[in-house]
Design a protein around this ligand. Sequence first.
Ligand SMILES: O=C(O)/C=C/C(=O)CC(=O)CC(=O)O
Ligand SMILES: [Ca+2]
Ligand SMILES: [Mg+2]
Length: 401
Amino acid sequence: MSWVEGAAGSPYGVHNLPYGVFVQAGRGPRIGVRIGDLVLDLDGAEAAGLLLAGGALRRPTLNAFLALGHPQWTTVRRRIVELLTGQEHRPAVEPLLIPLDRVDLVLPFEVADYVDFYSSEQHAGNVGKIFRPGAAPLLPNWRHLPVGYHGRAGTVVVSGTPIIRPQGQRSTPDGPVYGPSTRLDIEAEVGFVVGVPTSLGQRVAVEDFAAHVFGVVLLNDWSARDIQAWEYQPLGPFLGKSFATSVSSWVVPLEALADAWVPAPTQEPAVLDYLRDVPHLGLDLRLTVDWNGDRVSEPPFDGMYWTPAQQLAHLTVNGAALRTGDLYASGTVSGPRRDQVGSFLELTWGGAEPVKLSDGSTRTFLLDGDTVRIGATAPGPDGTSVGLGEVAGTIAPAQPT
Ligand SMILES: O=C(O)/C=C/C(=O)CC(=O)CC(=O)O
Ligand SMILES: [Ca+2]
Ligand SMILES: [Mg+2]
């Protein structure tokens, strides 16, 4: 049990300890872990010799720490638990705790490459029906490989960053026009953060997932559906998604999610050998989507067809190298019910069925000033809950041209 006030019973107790990067009092970015509603300054802790990570915790991003690898991640985590539970450490550690409301959280790691998958059968089926009416909703490859696209790492932003409405081409009956997107949407997703790199030509086997992936973030793959629908054939998403992708401030280590693994849906037909993961496990993360404060959806992550280990094996099967800070996202998380979908495209069925918010207004896609918050929890040890923080963003008007 932690001696930190408010830690016991919190989804951010010593069973969680997500990593982030904060700025406070005019000082440069520092690495910290969240405990309750406080952040433990790990830069200060390493400087004081309270824990040892070869200086990796004294950097402005998590990347050097992510590169250390699994044994070191475990050693540091155990030491942080000791510091936050042993009364003898309290005099030295307590001065390093800062209330969360006194810090600003920044992007926790420098994003190397960014990939986004398409692994929810419900989402892929719904988008297929909306984008390609009359055609089979799932394309023939979908059950044989985790479909994905490469996104734009440089426009990954931390939760809270305003999202400027993108402008671009959209198709009208009179031909293409240029202007602000009129169908701006969200995609509620889970992102996986790679720590340990590989070299060109090397592949990561499904069973080596935990040796490379450090942890998870919540992710919103903002999507301009009008730009996307016009540009995407045949090469896939481009400017309709590359204008911004938001991630949560906290990276939850996989070690905090040990109790959240559950059997993933049965795959039929059987997958090729390099994709076969035994056991075939997904994560029981329960997402929430709030639109201007109204809960509009609760997407369940445990139904995802492709697992994160399969996604990583596929991402590297051609010999593509991994870099520390690589980020790959699950794809939009949608369950079978309308109140479980991860996009407003699905929630409003392509804009045909507006939703009513509690202020009496209705929505199809996002209006300027709208705020979306995506949160999640997972089961933790001994009946506890693990909080994944949130990824939030507010829509700012398109920039004048
Ligand atoms: O089916 C399509 O043409 C497009 C699909 C998407 O927009 C989804 C995407 O970004 C992948 C995902 O989040 O599941
Ligand atoms: Ca997406
Ligand atoms: Mg995006």
